[in-house]
Structure formats: C-alpha cells, structure tokens
Design a binder for this molecule. Structure first.
Ligand SMILES: NC(=O)c1ccc[n+]([C@@H]2O[C@H](COP(=O)([O-])OP(=O)(O)OC[C@H]3O[C@@H](n4cnc5c(N)ncnc54)[C@H](O)[C@@H]3O)[C@@H](O)[C@H]2O)c1
Ligand SMILES: [Zn+2]
Ligand SMILES: [Zn+2]
Length: 405
C-alpha cells in the first residue's frame, strides 16, 4: 500500500515533514485522538489525494505552543483534494472528483447539522461540539497537510467542483473555500455588512483580508482594515481597503479621519486571543484589546462578527485568568449599545457553494487579496516560519504537484 507524508507539530516553534500511514476507513489511535474515537469506522468516508492544503493562523496558535496540542499531531484543516478511494457507504461522490473540504467535520445527522450549524456538530468529537482535521481537542481526525487524507461523511461534507480543468485553473482561489473565504465572509455577514455599510476589520492576516474582500462583495461603502504590520496593511490597500495602523493608537481617531465620524456600522475581529495592544502597547499581548475596541467604535445597534479564535486553555497567556480563557471584557459597553456578537467556528457549508460560484464567475479575487503563494510539502517548515514572522502571504502547500503542473 502507498505511504503518506505529512506536516507534524514537533513542539513550540517546530514543525516537520514526517512519514506516516496511508489512511484507512477507520480512525486509528495516535497523537490527540480521543479514546472514544479510536477504532471508529468510517465507511462513509473517502480518501483524497491532496490538491492543495493551506497554512492557517489557527495552526499557528498550536505551533507557537499556545494550546494543549500534543507533539506529533499531524496538522492541516484547509484541504482541497481529488477523490482516490470511496468507502462502501459513499453514494454520490466518485473517484476523480475534485472537492473542497469544509474544515469543520460534521455528520449531517445531528440536530445542529440539520440546522446548518456544522461548526458545532454533536457526533464527531467526543470532547465537545465541533470538530476539525488536525486540530487540538477536535476529536483526533488526522490533518490534511499531507499527501493523502481521510474525509468522513463524504457525501455530506464535500463540495464537488463542477469541472475538473476549470477547478485546477482557479485552484489558488478555490483553495480558500475550505476555510478563510467562508470564515471572512461569515465575519462580514454576522457583523451586518451590506450595501452602503462601513466596516472595520481588525487584523490584516488572511482571515481579515478575506473578511475585507467579502465586505466589498457584500456592497460595503467603505472597508477599513487595522493591523500593526505595515506589509499586511499595504496588502489590504492593494485591493481598495482603507487602513489603520493600530500601533499609532486606538483605531477610533484614524477611522474619524477616514469617515468623518469615529464610528463604523460593522466590526469584525479577525485577530483572536493573541491580540496585541494599541498605541505604545502594540508590542505587548493584551487579549481583550480587539473586543473592547470593537465595542467602542461600533455604532449603537451594530454587530460584531468574531471569527478570531478564543480558547479555554492557553498555557502562554499573559495572566492567570487568560490562561483559562477569561478576558477582561467591557460587556457594559456592548450592552449599553445593544451590540450583537457572533463567535465560534464558521459553518463553512453555509457559504462555500455560493462563494465557489463567485470565484468561478470572477466576482471575487481572493487569491490576489490574500497574496496566495504555492510551496511544496517539504517547504512547509519555512512557510510556517515566514507566516509566523508576519509575511503578507497565504501559504498554500502543493503536496502532489497539482499546482506546479
Ligand atoms: N472562526 C473560525 O472558523 C476561524 C477560521 C480560521 C481562522 N480563525 C482565526 O482567525 C484569526 C485570524 O487568522 P489569520 O490566519 O488571519 O491569523 P494571523 O495571525 O495571520 O493574523 C492576525 C493578525 O492580527 C494582527 N493583530 C494583532 N493584534 C491586533 C490588534 N490589536 N488590532 C489589529 N490587528 C492585530 C496581527 O499583526 C496579525 O497580522 C485567528 O485567531 C484564527 O485562529 C478562525
Ligand atoms: Zn484555517
Ligand atoms: Zn452533526
């Protein structure tokens, strides 16, 4: 049988490409596999030969040692692939299909899946609702930064691209459908972005840039992106966003210079728990900064879309409370202004088909917006290091040479 190669977490600051097993239609024991999931049969699954698999800011939280991820965990939840084997219970997906995999693993059978809340499926992760490939506390499904990966409940989870040649031609855009484009879009939608709205996106990483491009697609009048990374702010400006450098101070004043008022309609947090402070504090971590700042600058009655990740356990947090995920949030401000909040994993399946159509018909240039760059599987450690250093680049691994071809 064929072998497999994959990117594994090897301790804080370290990833390596390792030799590992070719997937079978069962969940085997391994690093991070929940005991209740060991031996779980997956006749409804398919094996994919990976076409592309992206490095994400969510992976970086683990690689920086900011979670309880175990060493040797195979990483990778942003997967696009070609079906090479179908389990006996797969009815509609066929060998040869080119498919996008939502990073959320979901069963399609539980109450939440039936309500399209696939980010909190009840049946795939014995630890808690919600699951993903190659992620800490997510049940132990093996990651897809690999040559081959197993996808359960394939008929339900997979989005099949209509045409193979067209898919491979637009692969650098379509690869963003597994996570960051739907996630950014969800951030913009849940912040209330629509025709004529003013939107502030905190964070100019790939998710922030995807949220900004999504707000434009939704018809926003002005999209403002904030970060302290100049290169990333230039990337945001390259596709028509206004920018705010938060190392110069709270975003309100700079927003006033752009809009005439220190207020926006819609706020998106594309930063999460590793947020740094504003102004002079921008070198230090201050995990509640973005949430409190968004409550300050979002107009009364507005909404906050919060795709930025917050955790329940952070060994590297700045204080004891934050180590347990407790942050000093000024909820009174949010309450007084009747703000709404949407947190959690993006339910990718709610948006990926529509966004695929937007890509196929050139309504959105997401690869360009996030500056997508393809690299080989062997170059993954370098990709992780550059991304961690703040490169304005979304790294796309090409483990089987599809992109190169
Ligand atoms: N909800 C979901 O389903 C989902 C999916 C994907 C990613 N995420 C999360 O979204 C977040 C962003 O992902 P990414 O890949 O873009 O990560 P990233 O780390 O590349 O980007 C985060 C950016 O935030 C900037 N930043 C730090 N403090 C800031 C502040 N106070 N104001 C403005 N910017 C600040 C950083 O300089 C960095 O450029 C991460 O927390 C990630 O885990 C969530
Ligand atoms: Zn991701
Ligand atoms: Zn479910």
């Amino acid at each position: 049988m064929a072998g497999n190669r994959a990117v594994a977490y090897k301790g804080p600051g370290k990833v390596e490409v390792i030799d590992t097993d070719y997937p079978t239609f069962a969940l085997k024991d391994g690093p991070g596999v929940n005991p209740a999931n060991v031996g779980r049969k997956v006749p409804h699954g398919v094996v994919l030969r990976t076409v592309t698999t992206n490095i994400c800011g969510s992976d970086q939280h683990m690689v920086r040692g900011r979670t309880t991820a175990p060493v040797d965990l195979v990483l990778g939840h942003e997967i696009t692939g070609e079906v090479v084997e179908c389990g006996p219970d797969v009815e509609f997906i066929k060998v040869g299909d080119i498919v996008s995999v939502p990073f959320n693993i979901s069963c399609g059978r539980c109450r939440n899946c039936k309500e399209r809340k696939t980010g909190i499926c009840l049946n795939v992760n014995p630890d808690r609702p919600g699951s993903a490939y190659g992620y800490v506390d997510m049940g132990g499904w093996v990651g897809g930064q690999a040559e081959y990966v197993l996808v359960p409940y394939a008929d339900w989870n997979l989005l099949k691209f209509p045409d193979r040649d067209q898919a491979l031609e637009k692969i650098m855009d379509l690869t963003m459908l597994s996570d960051i484009l739907p996630t950014g879009f969800h951030g913009a939608v849940t912040a209330g972005a629509g025709v004529g709205s003013t939107v502030y996106v905190a964070g100019a990483g790939p998710v922030g840039l995807a949220a900004a491009a999504s707000a434009q697609l939704l018809g926003a009048a002005v999209v403002i992106v904030g970060d302290m990374n100049e290169e990333r702010l230039r990337q945001a400006a390259s596709f028509g966003c206004e920018t705010v450098d938060v190392s110069k101070g709270d975003p309100g004043e700079q927003i006033e210079q752009i809009l005439g008022v220190p207020e926006i309609d819609c706020g998106v947090d594309a930063v999460g728990f590793e947020a740094r402070g504003h102004g002079k504090g921008s070198a230090q971590e201050a995990p509640a900064t973005v949430l409190n700042s968004l409550m300050d600058i979002t107009a009364a009655g507005g909404a906050l879309g919060i795709p930025g990740l917050y955790v329940t356990g952070d060994p590297g947090a700045v204080d004891e409370a934050a180590q347990k995920g407790s942050l000093s949030i000024s909820l009174g401000t949010g309450w007084a202004k009747s703000l709404s909040f949407t947190t959690g994993q993006c339910p990718v399946m709610k948006y990926n088909r529509q966004l695929m159509m937007a890509i196929l018909h050139d309504r959105i240039q997401i690869a360009k917006a996030v500056n997508a760059k393809a690299i080989s599987l062997d170059e993954a450690p370098q990709g992780y290091a550059e991304f961690d250093a703040g490169a304005a680049t979304k790294y796309v691994l090409d483990p089987n040479g599809y992109v190169k071809a």
